[in-house]
Write a protein that binds this ligand. Sequence first.
Ligand SMILES: [Cu+2]
Length: 523
Amino acid sequence: MTIRGEYDGRGPRRKREGGRAVGPAILAAATLVAVATTFTACALDSGFVSDTSVFTPESQPAFDTPLPIPPLAESEMIDGVRVFSLTADEGRKEFVGGMTTTTWGFNGDYLGPTLRAKRGEKVAVEVTNELAETTTVHWHGMHLPAAMDGGPHQPIAPGGQWRPQWRIDQPAATLWYHPHPHGETEEHVLRGLSGMFILDDDDSGRFGLPVEYGVDDIPLIVQDKKFHSDGEFQLDAQGNEVGLLGNVVLTNGAWGSVLDVTTELVRLRILNGSSARTYDFALEDRRDFSLVATDGGLLEAPVQTGHVRLSPGERAEIVVSMSPGTETMLRSFAPDLGNVAVPSAYGGTDEFDVLLLRAAADLRPAAPLAAEFGDIDRFRAADADNTRTFQVQNREINGRRMEMDRIDEMMQVDSTELWEVTNRDLFPHNWHVHDVQFQVLDIDGQPPPPELLGWKDTIYLEPRRVYRIMMRFEDYTDDENPYMIHCHLLLHEDEGLMSQFVVSTGEPGRNLAPSDPDGGHGH
Ligand SMILES: [Cu+2]
């Protein structure tokens, strides 16, 4: 392999503040102090300049703050529809060092309530925007009509409202919601607009899976942050190729929190809600846990593993077995980012303590997990009605940046697609598809690892590898409103690494297979 060094680590940057680079602190791996996260790409060519205006934790937090549990959103049944209400507004919250931070949140200062609905239910969400700028709310991982998707084509103006409605028709899963305004997603998410959307189905109470929300079934939104010394969020990636990498890792909006475990088994629904950082979650003693679900729902069977890598937007549900009176730290070890040029520049050498799990002296007994959850119908390459190739490079997909008025791809409804996706760069990207959950067929021709054998809507793209994924487009067609395909590193998305596709009835004779090279089908 001779690809190392081809890429110079420089790419498009925005809002670079006077060329400053945040200097790298030395990662004290032995003490796991949460510092040293911002070896930036531009530091490669501009030298290291210490940025004293950034809050730098001098020691680990005590991990004695009870883990905040986002409240379950209330809902009202109106004419057979479960109706939720979300209001985005500004707030203030203390995260670190006794300082107050200006935040955005849904129905509160920071983050939002957990929405929860069951397969078969009709749901609606009355979203109100009390912010001073336009935003959107996207239902990440949800199969729903394009006009309800909450992407950049469904803006909610300041003071405005939006009321999407759809029927939940997919397996139980840990989904989430977040803004998706054109070019502004990273900032809106960093300010705090995110929440979980948990789906249930008839299997949700089975298999010995912990199901008591906030007791043994724990939502865990993990986000890294960087604070200015006045307490405000830093929102500028300052030239880092992947976006903003923080030096403080929050769980459900708290830094250094502890979960008091009262049951022998505890289920963590981990969401990487960060804008750029990829984590490798493990327990501090590296013992195994059970990986039970990924983005789109349960795996076929629990996978015993010692770690799980999550790039931005991905979810994993893990079940951890605890012994009475013990404690263990959920930690993010240095993630293997694949063959990237400068791992340390992209968070590949960073380690963080994330959440302390502290078991009571007496634990409520739990039945063992089922050995199997049930088969997933697997796509085979021969099932594909159509094949597409996607090359991801810099901020482009197949050589093009996102244009709001250009549809890039048209999918025929009731068709199965096979896509070959490759990250051509030597830095991280990932791949998120709206509307569908997909399966990973193979990676460089090899079967995917067990953690990638379930339903996914977001996968990490190790550089220069060919990911073949398959999905089926069903139920909803709309020739006007597109869904999105994009990198979920939010800076990349904002800078154009996004394509638009429609799902169409595809009348006979209409050419659906290749992209229109001139971009556009008459919008
Ligand atoms: Cu990317």
